[in-house]
Design a protein around this ligand. Structure first.
Ligand code: NAP
Length: 231
């Protein structure tokens, strides 16, 4: 069975993707910082009959990243690496003039540095896999100038460029940066607590990711909305 590492998989989009992959028979290595929530998620996913390794930790921790890849190798390798865990830099979001520099550093550390660290750790296994794939979860804030989304958006823009160059450097892999669009999750609520508008559930975005896995288009940046529309 193929093996996926998904960071930030205890809830939101990461959990929804993990559930869809478990339903397809994938073995999973999942992380999140809150061990209790992650354990409950892993227990629920085990109902699909696949192997689920839940490893609590922070993606910015080098040892934790090594452990994620070690666990995946123990399950058979790394077919898919999804960098989904994310930091906003300020909760709620604030305008750039108020953005704490340590918040920006944290967003860059979680969203960019840790993502590259995990890719580097997993690259030998990804290259050895029959269809090695990297997904980095982006945001439209990486490309649009929304007030208050500057620090987070800058980190996601950096992540996009990292994914684009990785795709060019690793022609044997598929590397997709995916903008999921707005979703009703804890991250969005933390970003904009006063925004009570209705947003899609993260599970509604998962078919876009599954489409990429099924059709394996060229490495590049993809928007979930377009992938879902064309389906
Ligand atoms: N929601 C939206 O509207 C939206 C829009 C565009 C893009 N995105 C992107 O979609 C992705 C998923 O976000 P979401 O909305 O599904 O968020 P979410 O529901 O809040 O889930 C985030 C997950 O990441 C984990 N996490 C956060 N920081 C971590 C760290 N340093 N190390 C390990 N795990 C960590 C969280 O668990 P712990 O807190 O326990 O660590 C949780 O499992 C993110 O990349 C986000 O930027 C979201």
């Amino acid at each position: 069975m193929p093996v996926a590492i998904i960071t930030g998989a205890s809830k939101g989009l990461g959990r929804a993707l993990a559930e869809a992959l478990a339903a397809r028979g994938w073995d999973l290595v999942l992380d999140a910082r809150n061990a209790g929530v992650l354990k409950e998620t892993a227990r629920a996913l085990e109902a699909y009959g696949t192997r689920v390794t839940a490893l609590p930790g922070d993606v910015t921790d080098t040892w934790h990243r090594t452990a994620l890849v070690t666990e995946a190798r123990a399950l058979g390798g790394v077919d898919l690496l999804v960098s989904n865990a994310s930091a906003l830099g300020a909760e709620p979001l604030v305008r750039l003039e108020e953005l704490p520099l340590d918040g920006l550093r944290r967003a860059l550390e979680v969203n960019v540095v840790a993502a590259l660290g995990l890719v580097r750790e997993a690259l030998p296994a990804l290259r050895a896999a029959p269809a090695g794939t990297v997904v980095t979860v982006s945001s439209d804030a990486a490309a649009e100038a929304y007030e208050t989304w500057g620090g987070y958006g800058a980190s996601k823009a950096a992540l996009d460029q990292l994914a684009a160059v990785l795709g060019a450097e690793e022609p044997g892999l598929r590397v997709w940066a995916v903008d999921p669009g707005d979703m009703a999750t804890d991250l969005y609520a933390a970003a904009v607590p006063d925004d009570d508008g209705a947003r899609p559930e993260p599970a509604s975005v998962v078919p876009a990711l599954l489409r990429l896995l099924d059709e394996r288009p060229a490495s590049g940046r993809y928007g979930a909305a377009a992938l879902l529309e064309a389906r």
